[in-house]
Design a protein around this ligand. Structure first.
Ligand code: AMP
Length: 274
């Protein structure tokens, strides 16, 4: 991979990169299509990164279908699919990790304490291997996007980070590889996340600017649905992810909810009317 990237660089070609954990859906494909448009070459990685899963999380159960993924990459015009093994990236003596000080203290980082250390480490490694000019990340994983932007700025990576909008099912559910875990009976409850965000958007448009009120209403909507356990519902600053009490500028409402055993996340930018 490093040799191929060096050759492309030597020929003056640009490289766009889309990191994934596979089980590709239309959300991943929209990132790839954007990358395809922006650079001479498009590299996609498929790697279920063990260091971003905590003990008891779904590392072993994570859905996989490499053949279908490769077919979808080919149809989307991907030049190279990078599929390292765990041993390739983490040898037996592995000991170097990348950690951020403040951003992981919010949102998903609270219930997933090693997650962003794993993400920052693997993305750093993939950037060093693939040497892209730009990398595309989904805004569905909003905290991940902010973490990567910060990582790139703090460690002086010469890589442009692009955020791509969330692709949804026709019923509003944000696409996710983990949606494969949901039973048909759980789907109406899974829709609670996007419905709660829609409700908040409507309330903000009608002049509600108090974050606690918006969060309480979202919590009521979600917890009325069977099988849901709220991890967090937060309205936060779009860059620092610190809690916001009153909406006097655009903010992000983010939430994580377990439906049965499946942990789902979603978010929305809320823009108060002026
Ligand atoms: P994953 O395979 O879940 O690690 O996701 C790989 C990339 O796809 C990440 O940048 C995600 O944010 C992005 N992604 C996942 N789901 C969606 C979606 N529904 N819409 C847009 N991007 C997504």
């Amino acid at each position: 991979m490093q040799q191929q990237s060096r050759r492309w660089q030597r020929d003056g070609k640009t490289i766009a990169f889309v990191p994934t954990m596979g089980f590709l859906h239309d959300g991943h494909l929209s990132l790839m299509q954007q990358g395809r448009r922006m650079a001479d070459h498009l590299v996609v990685s498929i790697f279920v990164n063990p260091t971003q899963f905590g003990p008891g999380e779904d590392l072993d159960a994570y859905p996989r279908n490499i053949e279908r993924d490769l077919a979808r990459c080919e149809q989307t015009g991907v030049d190279l699919v990078f599929m390292p093994t765990t041993e390739d990236l983490y040898g037996p003596e592995y000991e170097t990790y990348v950690t951020l000080e403040a951003l992981p203290a919010h949102l998903c980082g609270i219930s997933r304490p090693v997650h962003f250390r794993g993400v920052a480490t693997v993305v750093t490694k993939l950037f060093n291997i693939i040497k892209p000019n730009m990398a595309i990340f989904g805004l569905k994983d909003y905290q991940q996007f902010v973490v990567i932007k910060k990582l790139v700025r703090d460690l002086n990576f010469d890589i442009e980070i692009i955020g791509a909008p969330t692709v949804r099912e026709s019923d509003g559910l944000a696409m996710s590889s983990r949606n494969a875990y949901l039973t048909p009976e759980q789907r109406p409850s899974a829709l609670g996340l996007s419905k709660a965000l829609n409700q908040a958007e409507t309330m903000v448009a009608s002049g509600v600017l108090d974050a606690d009120t918006l969060v309480l209403k979202a919590r009521e909507l979600i917890e009325a649905l069977p099988g849901t356990i709220t991890d967090y519902i937060t309205i936060c600053d779009a860059e620092t992810l610190a809690d916001v009490r009153r909406l006097d500028a655009p903010v992000v409402m983010a939430l994580a909810v377990k439906v049965g055993r499946t942990r789902l996340i979603d978010n929305r930018v809320l823009i108060p009317a002026v």
